[in-house]
Ligand binder design. Structure first.
Ligand SMILES: Cc1cc2nc3c(=O)[nH]c(=O)nc-3n(C[C@H](O)[C@H](O)[C@H](O)COP(=O)(O)OP(=O)(O)OC[C@H]3O[C@@H](n4cnc5c(N)ncnc54)[C@H](O)[C@@H]3O)c2cc1C
Length: 538
């Protein structure tokens, strides 16, 4: 990425965009780049258009004052099992150019008030550790893990169908939809209530609900099970940080004669005779392609279809606006003037809850965000997980603390401009900055006096940098209602236009990549899941 010229303006001026591409992909997050790389590997010439100055969407990092922070990846499951579907997908789209560093056995640490519980890698070890904390609940713990595994098995066929046109799965429930419904159509707490009355155990099971950004009272059990299942065997971190994922996938696109360009703001779709034939850029330029894949979010894509009023697009707009969003975070990126490991900090994520009534924690905060504790604090240590960090940033390390918040707290600043949001916003930001720093000091007193830089992103920052509307970097709500929608799929209502990314499957980098795979399958009319080769096969 460093030596390649990524500028849309320069590519346009040099005439590099005058020949039509096979496929244009809008948005360069994990979803868009996965689709683009898979199509490139199938021989297509693909153009990826990213409006921001950097490729990667949530996979990007930013540098400041001699530090670097990932924006949206802290840990990944499944990738260390070479034959898992996700490891095979990564190996394919990066052409084997990405390395993973495993996290320690304890990868998540749940703190409920002053009590700490560890998540240990491996289903049996996980169960054993939970049983050591809750010996009376052994049966419930076994049943819970069994339900998680069943839900994951049902999810595979359910998401596989998202590559099919809606008409194929519209009329009646398919076997895959029927099999998934017992998990997807109940909330996390509804399912857990059938297993136990133990509020503390339920809080521990839901300890990292910030990974799917809807409270356990609202989120679908399916997304909970997918996330628990994703990390059940432990977690890893990409060597060199999340931008390496974007770099290696975009290299795959370029190697096939395609291009990935930044500063490339797509303003509309070009439709001729009911078929998408290209995109219109913000500067008025029209770029042609046989098909367009939008990986910027379905709601955001609808804004690019203005003026295309068919009954199908109207129905999609109504359905999309009836769906809520995931919750949002305020994120404080902290730079420490201490070498990696020098402060004796364990690399596990720490998820801190004020008490075991997770629903109450949230309600109290929303009722009075100025006084109450935030419902959840997620503290993470990216530099400690990256073996390449000490050589790149000697004598330094990083920590992030993310406070789960609510869009209602920030909605009144929605119309303001980046860096010019006014004194009230600046005051609020300063208070939030101090609050999060104090929380970090409480958990890790050894960082006091070692903070060389700290920078806060709010939900408005995510809107600005990722094109979101409610700070919802994870897109739509992950509730039973979401998983009952049949339009969240790769085929859009307009011919030649496909959807990719997390809205096609589920949130998270792996969810966005599955969405990317589903979109490529829909474009090619083949099931690419089946074509993912086990490790060691060409
Ligand atoms: C703080 C944080 C922590 C996270 N931690 C994890 C984690 O540990 N593990 C995990 O799996 N997931 C994590 N996630 C979630 C994960 O990063 C996202 O769910 C996923 O990467 C979304 O991918 P996407 O491709 O669907 O969308 P995005 O990454 O949002 O990509 C969309 C892209 O489209 C571009 N775009 C928008 N409009 C236009 C336009 N008109 N023209 C051109 N381009 C446009 C945007 O600029 C953006 O680059 C985290 C996210 C955040 C923010």
């Amino acid at each position: 990425m460093h030596e390649t010229d990524l500028s849309y303006k320069r590519a346009l001026a040099r005439g590099e965009l005058s020949q039509p591409f096979d496929t244009i992909v809008v948005g360069s997050g994990a979803g868009g780049l996965t689709t683009a790389a898979l199509l490139a590997l199938d021989g297509q010439r693909v153009l990826v258009l990213e409006r921001h100055a950097v490729l990667g969407g949530c996979l990007q990092a930013y540098q400041r004052n001699g530090f670097e922070w990932d924006v949206g990846l802290h840990y990944m499951g499944e990738v260390h099992r070479k034959n898992s579907g996700l490891a095979r997908l990564f190996a394919k789209v990066t052409r084997g150019q990405l390395d993973w560093a495993p996290m320690p056995e304890v990868y998540n640490r749940i703190v409920v008030a002053d009590r700490t519980y560890d998540y240990v890698a491996g289903a049996e070890a996980f169960k054993d550790r939970l049983k050591s904390y809750f010996p009376q609940e052994a049966t419930a713990i076994d049943q819970y893990i069994e339900l998680v595994l069943q839900a994951n098995r049902a999810a595979k066929a359910f998401f596989g169908e998202r590559a099919l046109p809606q008409t194929v799965t519209d009329a009646v429930s398919t076997p895959a939809q029927t099999a998934f419904a017992p998990y997807s159509q109940r909330t996390v707490l509804e399912v857990m209530d059938t297993l136990t009355d133990n509020a503390e155990l339920k809080a521990v099971w839901c300890g990292h609900y910030g990974d799917y950004c809807n409270s356990p009272a609202q989120a679908s059990f399916a997304i909970h099970a997918i996330v628990i299942g994703h990390y059940l065997d432990g977690a890893s971190y990409p060597v060199g940080g999340a931008p390496r994922i974007a770099l290696t996938m975009s290299d795959t696109v370029r190697a096939a004669g395609g291009a990935c360009l930044v500063g490339a703001d797509v303003a509309g779709m070009v439709i001729e005779n009911g078929r998408t034939v290209g995109v219109r850029m913000a500067d008025g330029t029209v770029l042609g392609a046989r098909q367009v894949v939008s990986a910027i979010g379905i709601q955001q894509t609808l804004a690019l279809l203005q003026g295309i009023d068919t009954p199908e697009t109207q129905a999609l707009a109504v359905a999309s606006s009836a769906l809520g969003s995931t919750q949002c975070y305020a994120v404080l990126n902290i730079g420490l003037d201490a070498a990696n490991g020098a402060l004796g900090i364990h690399p596990a994520n720490v998820w801190v809850h004020p008490g075991n009534d997770l629903t109450g924690n949230q309600t109290r905060y929303v009722a009075d965000p100025s006084c109450a504790a935030m419902p959840l604090y997620f503290i993470t240590h990216p530099s400690l997980r990256d073996p390449s960090w000490p050589a790149r940033y000697p004598g330094r390390s990083t920590m992030d603390i993310c406070g789960l918040t609510d869009w209602s707290v920030f909605a009144r600043f929605a119309g303001t401009r980046w860096m010019r949001r006014g004194a009230e916003y600046d005051d609020m930001k300063a208070r939030l900055h101090e609050h999060l720093l104090e929380q970090a000091y409480t958990r890790f007193p050894q960082i006091r006096g070692r903070v060389a830089h700290a920078e806060l992103s709010t939900p408005l920052s995510f809107n600005h940098f990722l094109g979101r509307s409610h700070g919802n970097f994870m897109g739509y709500e992950q509730t039973p209602k979401r998983f009952a929608q049949r339009w969240m799929r790769a085929h859009s209502p307009v011919k030649g236009l496909y959807f990719s990314g997390q809205d096609v499957s589920a949130a998270g980098v792996s969810g966005a990549m599955v969405g990317g795979l589903v979109a490529a399958s829909a474009v090619l009319g083949r099931d690419l899941f089946r074509e993912l080769k086990p490790a060691g096969h060409p």
